[in-house]
Write a protein that binds this ligand. Structure first.
Ligand SMILES: NC(=O)c1ccc[n+]([C@@H]2O[C@H](COP(=O)([O-])OP(=O)(O)OC[C@H]3O[C@@H](n4cnc5c(N)ncnc54)[C@H](OP(=O)(O)O)[C@@H]3O)[C@@H](O)[C@H]2O)c1
Length: 315
């Protein structure tokens, strides 16, 4: 099969090449992938992977071989999937990590959802009910942030979106943000404390967000997009009274039901996939550069396009 494989000599660390077809285990099905998305965290890890490795985790396509143990969707079902090796024509994935895609939802948009969407769903859920509570989303202009704003608003929260560039404000308000604060200064000046933080920037944003927690509030540490260390002032983790909590996130096990929930929201129009870059995987180098340089507003989705027809005899 063709796949985006790790190539340390390629400018972006990836090239469109070939890899052995995956062989599904008993609880795995085989998906013919039509679209896949690129996550910045995955791109950041390419340097540590062996040449020829097939990367990616987010895919959408058609089931071409159902799981041998009878679990999961039947052949021919349109699905979105989460599993290693998604940047390829074929993906062997556990039947617990796929969900059927309802009619009315596009495969290209569904491919944007798995990793970022289930991260937001699970961190929000871990924080408990957000109905009527104040939820701060840092890095709100990013892929995770945009899903965070939408899903928190949908769950009944008062959503505060933190961005470094105020130009994103109107779009985030349209996605459900009730307030937009700009830069670290804006964040530090937030007048009222918050009950939940979906924190994706790290460094000084993590420190500033921590200082805003109400008694009993939780900060879900999702990412470190800013790449800076966090330096907490002495004493800043001591509060009298009910404890504040900082939670790590990394639970990506058995995400099928969550993918089903996201797919349903996408199909009904309640969730926008926010695809900001889309093109053939032959343009992967351009896509990777755009993600790394923060030029993509939302998600980058590659189309797994068929190979060009080979020239006929005598051509
Ligand atoms: N994608 C996933 O599924 C996923 C899942 C779990 C964890 N994570 C982690 O979560 C983080 C965000 O992921 P993502 O996919 O949302 O990334 P993304 O689309 O690249 O968004 C990054 C966000 O961080 C902001 N940002 C970056 N550097 C900043 C800085 N120095 N100061 C202030 N803001 C800064 C960006 O603001 P601008 O828009 O102004 O550039 C943007 O809002 C990453 O660390 C990622 O590894 C991602």
């Amino acid at each position: 099969m063709r796949a985006l494989v790790v190539d340390p000599s390629a400018p972006c660390g990836l090239r469109l090449g070939t890899a052995a077809d995956p062989e599904p285990g008993p609880g795995q099905l085989l998906v013919q992938v039509s679209h896949a998305s690129l996550n910045p965290g995955e791109l950041g890890m390419l340097a540590g992977l062996p040449a020829g490795h097939v990367g990616g985790h987010d895919a959408a396509g058609i089931v071409v071989r159902p799981a041998a143990d009878g679990t999961g969707p039947a052949a021919g079902t349109r699905v979105l999937a989460f599993g290693p090796g998604a940047w390829a024509e074929l993906l062997a994935v556990s039947s617990t990590d796929v969900a059927p895609l309802p009619r009315g939802a596009a495969l290209a948009e569904a491919a944007a959802l798995p990793m970022a969407g289930m991260t937001v769903l699970r961190t929000l859920r871990a924080a408990g009910s957000v109905l009527g509570r104040r939820v701060l989303v840092t890095g709100a202009s990013g892929a995770v942030g945009r899903y965070g704003v939408q899903l928190a608003a949908r769950a009944g929260a008062h959503v505060v979106a933190s961005v470094r560039d105020g130009a994103h404000g109107p779009a985030l308000a349209a996605l459900g943000a009730h307030e937009v604060v700009v830069g670290l200064t804006g964040l530090r000046r937030l007048a009222e404390p918050v009950d939940v933080v979906l924190e994706t920037v790290g460094g000084p944003y993590l420190v500033a967000a921590w200082a805003l927690l109400a008694p009993g509030a939780t900060l879900q540490s999702i990412g470190w997009a800013g790449g800076e260390p966090a330096v907490f002032p002495p004493g800043s983790t001591f509060f009298p009274g009910t404890a504040r909590t900082l939670s790590s996130f990394g639970d990506a096990a058995a995400v099928g039901a969550d993918l089903g929930l996201l797919a349903g929201l996408l199909a009904s129009g309640a969730l926008s996939a926010q695809v900001g870059w889309r093109g053939s995987w032959e343009r992967a180098e351009e896509a990777v550069a755009a993600v790394r340089e923060r030029k993509v507003v939302g998600k980058a989705v590659v189309d797994i396009t068929p190979p060009p027809p080979s020239p006929g005899p005598g051509a």
